[in-house]
Design a protein around this ligand. Structure first.
Ligand code: ADP
Ligand code: ZN
Length: 775
């Protein structure tokens, strides 16, 4: 349904009210938003019973739409000003005892709705974790901890079986457990827990006090390192910024292993010493256990927000943060919303990672939200990377942000030499092997020298293509325009875009001929090849298939660190942030896979990936080297990557982006429409394009000399056209790109035309501001 129609449908209907006679001055009105793509706020009367309790940031139930059914909304403001228009309905129910977020965070979420062209309520729905919403209305949670010397005390007691189990579970947990958690783990009813509590053997704690115990498991505290001259220089600049008390964004470019994390830690130490809090965003928690451990070793109270937290645990962390009990918050993208009341600093590590961009509504980028949050709170933001995005680099070149650099690895360790291996004429590769002759020799040598090897391949599964010799085409998913990948371990063909899976066909589903060939290699086939070629090596594969259990990454990486594995092979997962001193060889199986993606950032991603993977070697005393297999050894991006020449690459790529009016020299929004009926999708998107073009044509040219400011005249529309993946999950997809000089121009245009856009019911429209995924 289109937003315009939704809006009509849900406009509150006038109903007779018993409040007509109340003196205007005494009346209080609540502004409410809903989890819908609506920009407007709706006004409701706050009944007497709620006047004392309702505050902005709480959820309410209010009558909404034709049927006047009760809907949950967020109160975003209170006012005594009666709205001019019509008679109003009343807030029916208040759901929360205290606001779910502060007024400052409310303001930030409003900004997000405006920036990312979605409803304020949709943003709120995402920003407040489910666990926090679920707990906000109920009583405080009770957590249980062992009493002092519990183990010895019960040893002398001979408890009934169930009570003993509760005690064992609690002792083994090493952290406070809620009643339901404890009951579930001990497989009992609440009764034995209650009995133990009455006997004083376990302690139940309400409110805040229990939280300290939950802080963190034990870690050894570590002292800070002495910064080297370059780190010190960067840190001094950061310090000036912190002391100035003003917002500034600093881009810390430091090659892999240059000691960026050490600089973050010092900066955090500084703000913590003033009683402030710091938020550290990392790309993916499960992939960065080392980084997290490092923060926990340096700061006594760290809250880690990751996707495996239970709702209860997340709520508890949220409350600790809100009460200022936590100095450092480490988390993935959504930790940017951590309710730190005394924020002093935000750090985004590996700022180039695309995981900082959310791929569902609200499609925000954590870096941009961080920038805005820091600006509003007047605190510094540090963005760190060995391969900063061109957006961030350009901001520094334009002097909007400060540029800091760590050009060398710590302790004068050299960056590893990178050799490009042309696989076009390799005898092994032409026979279908993944490992060419040169790489094979290098692996042999590395293992003989007792070094460790990392092999990187960006495709999971066994074979990415099942090729029909008659059709001369790969077998595709019936629901998507994507070839099916053969997963030998599961004996299934899988679609990596939807959940489709099927046993391998014996004949081509299209033409019925039996001549099918398994072509290409994913990580599973690479693993098989490695095991055949190096029968004595200990091999470990890391990809999302082999690492499905929570905690399995950490285990695998630990095994590698301990030297129990000789060859670690896998997807992106192994490219990120790992620091293993014994790795002497990194092999990139196929550097070309990313290069040919239909995406304006294909070159940038290729450069980043090679640089990051290469960064995994030569980090200890031992020298490391990198072999990159490619069929395009002369390709400039691959050339720059092989020389670790970030600035050379950036210069070339920025020039090209500028020529083509692409980010960072333009603001971009992508409109995607999809539905089952292709013609209907085509017609619908043509309609939207026409509406947009008409609005642009009707807008007067900005007067000569005046800045184009909020005028949407400069907006250009590219397309509509079929999306690169035309069919996905049975739906046809068409897209178009809106480009402008600034995001404001896009936003004003969109707001202007929004109510004129009509989307048929069975077609879905999404708008993605600053898209990073163009499929
Ligand atoms: P980056 O985050 O830039 O990849 P790290 O901060 O992880 O770099 O540092 C790389 C390695 O160098 C780590 O093992 C770290 O402990 C070590 N290191 C960092 N700074 C120093 C220093 N000043 N003196 C000695 N070792 C350091
Ligand atoms: Zn599919």
């Amino acid at each position: 349904m289109s937003d315009a129609r939704q809006q009509q449908l849900f406009t509150p209907e006038p109903v007779p009210l018993p409040f007509e006679l109340a003196a205007e001055a005494d009346r209080l009105f609540a502004q409410v938003v809903f989890n819908r793509p609506l920009e407007d706020t709706y006004t409701y009367i706050v009944p007497d019973g709620l006047r004392e309790r309702l505050r902005p940031g709480m959820r309410v139930k209010v009558p909404f739409g034709r049927g006047n059914s009760l809907e949950t909304g967020y109160c975003v403001g209170l006012t005594r000003e009666p709205p001019t228009s019509r008679r109003l309905k009343e807030v029916a129910e208040l759901l929360d005892r205290e606001p779910l977020l502060s007024e400052a965070m409310l303001d930030l979420t409003r900004w997000m709705g405006e920036r990312y062209l979605c409803g304020w309520g949709q943003v709120l729905e995402t920003v407040v974790p489910a666990g926090v919403k679920a707990q906000a209305g109920t009583r405080q949670i009770v957590c249980f901890v062992p009493s002092a010397n519990l183990a010895e005390r019960v040893a002398a007691l001979k408890l009934p079986k169930k009570q003993q189990r509760v005690v064992d579970v609690l002792l083994a947990a090493g952290r406070p457990l809620t009643g339901p958690e404890l009951a579930e783990a001990a497989d009992c009813s609440p009764a034995p827990i209650q009995t133990l509590r009455e006997k004083g053997l376990i302690l139940g704690m309400e409110g805040r006090s229990e939280l300290d115990v939950a802080t963190t498991g034990p870690v050894d505290v570590e002292a800070d390192l002495v910064l080297n001259a370059e780190q010190q220089k960067a840190f001094d600049r950061v310090l000036r910024c912190i002391e100035s008390g003003r917002h500034e964004t600093m881009l810390l470019h430091g090659v892999t292993g240059s000691g960026k994390t050490e600089v973050y830690i010092r900066a955090i130490r500084e703000v913590v010493s003033y009683g402030r809090q710091a938020i550290v965003l990392v790309p993916e928690i499960s992939l960065t256990p080392q980084t997290i451990r490092r923060f926990r070793r340096r700061f006594p109270s760290v809250a880690v927000l990751h996707s495996h937290l239970s709702d209860v645990e997340r709520h508890r962390q949220w409350k600790r943060i809100e009460h200022g009990e936590v100095q450092v918050i480490v988390g993935a993208r959504s930790a940017i919303f951590a309710p730190a009341p005394h924020l002093g600093l935000i750090v985004i590590d590996e700022e180039h990672e695309t995981t900082f961009k959310q791929q569902t509504t609200p499609r925000y980028h954590a870096r941009e939200v961080a920038r805005e949050r820091c600006r509003r709170e007047g605190v510094p933001l540090i963005l760190g990377s060995a391969t900063p995005t061109l957006e961030s680099l350009q901001r520094a070149r334009d002097k909007h942000d400060l540029f800091l650099t760590l050009p060398k690895r710590v302790e004068a360790r050299p960056l590893p030499p990178v050799s490009l291996v042309d696989t076009r004429n390799d005898p092994h590769v032409s026979k279908g092997h993944s490992i060419g002759r040169a790489l094979r020799n290098a692996i042999d040598l590395a293992i003989r020298d007792a070094g460790q090897v990392i092999l990187f391949l960006n495709l999971r599964g066994y074979s990415p293509v099942l090729w029909c010799l008659t059709c001369q085409a790969g077998v595709q998913c019936p629901d998507c325009d994507i070839t099916l990948t053969w997963h030998r371990d599961r004996q299934k063909m899988l679609c990596h875009s939807c959940l489709y899976e099927a046993p391998p066909p014996t004949a081509c589903p299209k033409c019925g001929h039996p001549g099918l060939r398994y072509i290409g290699s994913g990580t599973q086939r690479l693993e098989a090849e490695v095991r055949t070629k190096f029968p004595n090596a200990r091999v470990l594969r890391m990809d999302s298939d082999s690492m499905r259990k929570p905690g399995s990454h950490d285990e695998a990486l630990e095994a590698f660190r301990q030297g129990q594995v000789d060859i670690l092979l896998g997807t992106q997962m192994i490219a990120k942030g790992l620091d293993f001193p014994q790795v002497t060889l990194v092999g990139v199986i196929d550097a070309d896979t990313l290069l040919h993606q239909p995406d304006l950032r294909a070159a940038e991603r290729t450069f980043q990936l090679i640089a990051q993977v290469a960064g995994r070697t030569g980090r200890g005393e031992r020298q490391g080297r990198v072999l990159v297999q490619t069929m395009n050894p002369d390709q400039p991006v691959i050339q720059f990557a092989s020389r670790h020449d970030y600035f050379g690459f950036a210069k070339m790529e920025l020039e090209s982006r500028q020529r083509h009016h692409q980010p960072p020299f333009a603001a971009l929004a992508r409109v995607v429409m999809r539905g089952i009926n292709e013609t209907q999708v085509q017609e619908a998107i043509k309609g939207v394009a026409a509406t947009l073009r008409a609005a642009i044509a009707a807008e007067p040219e900005p007067a000569a000399g005046s800045s184009s400011g909020s005028s949407w005249r400069p907006v250009k529309i590219l397309g509509p056209a079929p999306a690169p993946v035309l069919r996905l999950r049975k739906q046809f997809r068409y897209h178009m790109l809106l480009t402008a000089e600034t995001p404001e121009q896009l936003a004003t245009l969109w707001r202007r035309v929004k109510s004129d856009i009509v989307v048929p019911d069975d077609i879905e429209m999404t708008i993605d501001v600053d898209p990073v995924d163009m499929r």
